[in-house]
Design a protein. Structure first.
Length: 372
């Protein structure tokens, strides 16, 4: 009888052990699935952020916020070398600590990590210790993981996550964090072109207008507030002729006079840029083509009535003491317009290219308002 009881108890213990193993496997499977779902959600949020109308810096800050929220990270900081110095691109750490955080590449404890491109985990073992890179702070972070960032084997900076708890990352799945790190690098790859565009943005010397790069960044944010807009491009068709037959100074003055006149006629919500050479673009945000044509007909007529004097001859006459003055040639500009509809979220650069190609292929004598 005793043997039967013992056998039953052993069977129960074995059954419980088997059940416990099964449960643990299910929990692990659930955790793995949950981590994969979280990673997919993070990646989707990353892609959504990349597609948003934000500056590169705003996108990086948003991505860091996503990491903090989705992975319950206490502190997360992304630091990038901009070609001259290391810059904190995103962090939820108080700014008083940024000088320390942007100089971690100089810390001995992280140099090997940067050289080998492998993450580095550091932690303290009691409350009286502080992390090796901390200069004056004690209570903020007790453990940290440092991830060097590389694009095509080129070191570009690092991502560091920190916790206020000791040994906070002892049992963390580093493969998940490696995936996150690769996603951060992918974001930097994707936004690198946008970064170039932002750095190219400038004002044109003669027209005092933004150049075309402005439309692809700040301009697009304004235009994409509306479902459809009208994009107009015009060409000063006799600018080259004026430069050759009169002089370049007079051609430059023609650009100045035309742009000053048009700027005064345009609403602030319409974007006016110098596209390239004799070509200029106007984005009529939220306006249909039919609502633009009449305005442009009047504008074209008024601009083509402007008279631009020979700048050099006028200056020489002003300085000359002779009774007989040089004849000052007066030139009137000629404009050729083309319009099309832009739909929110589509390729604005493709729309502008289409308009440019039309003007470049048009007959030199064409002087009209065209819709394509």
């Amino acid at each position: 009888m005793e043997f039967a009881v013992i056998a039953i108890l052993v069977a129960i213990v074995i059954a419980l052990l088997i059940y416990n193993i099964i449960i643990n496997k299910r929990i692990k499977t659930f955790k793995d699935i949950n981590q994969k779902v979280t990673s997919l959600n993070v990646l989707q949020d990353f892609m959504t952020t990349i597609g948003n109308n934000m500056s590169v810096d705003e996108k990086i800050v948003k991505i860091n916020d996503i990491l903090i929220e989705q992975y319950a990270i206490k502190y997360s900081t992304i630091v990038v070398f901009d070609g001259a110095e290391y810059v904190v691109k995103a962090s939820n750490v108080d700014k008083k600590h940024w000088d320390t955080l942007k100089n971690l590449q100089n810390e001995e404890i992280f140099k090997d990590s940067i050289t080998t491109a492998k993450p580095k985990y550091v932690t303290v073992n009691n409350d009286t210790e502080r992390l090796p890179y901390q200069k004056m702070e004690f209570g903020r972070a007790k453990s940290a993981m440092f991830f060097p960032l590389y694009i095509d084997n080129v070191y570009i900076g690092y991502w560091i996550i920190e916790s206020g708890k000791m040994h906070a990352f002892d049992n963390i799945d580093t493969t998940i964090l490696e995936v996150v790190k690769e996603n951060i690098i992918s974001v930097f790859r994707i936004v690198s072109y946008q970064n170039i565009i932002e750095s190219l943005k400038r004002k044109d010397l003669y027209s005092d207008l933004q150049t075309s790069e402005y439309l692809y960044e700040e301009g697009r944010k304004i235009i994409d507030q509306y479902t459809t807009s009208t994009i107009c491009m015009f060409k000063i068709t006799n600018l080259e002729e004026t430069n050759k037959k009169v002089n370049r100074d007079t051609g430059n003055q023609m650009i100045i006079d035309i742009c000053d006149y048009i700027k005064d006629k345009l609403s602030d919500e319409y974007l006016f840029v110098r596209y390239m050479g004799p070509k200029f673009a106007i984005a009529f945000s939220g306006i249909e083509i039919e609502g633009v044509v009449e305005f442009l007909e009047d504008l074209k007529k008024e601009v083509e009535n402007l008279e631009v004097e020979d700048v050099i001859a006028a200056e020489e006459n002003e300085k000359s003491t002779k009774a007989k003055k040089k004849k000052v040639i007066m030139t009137k500009p000629r404009l050729n317009f083309v319009l099309t509809t832009y739909y929110k979220g589509t390729a604005l650069e493709a729309v502008l290219k289409k308009l440019e190609e039309y003007l470049d292929s048009a007959n030199a004598d064409e002087n009209d308002i065209n819709k394509i």
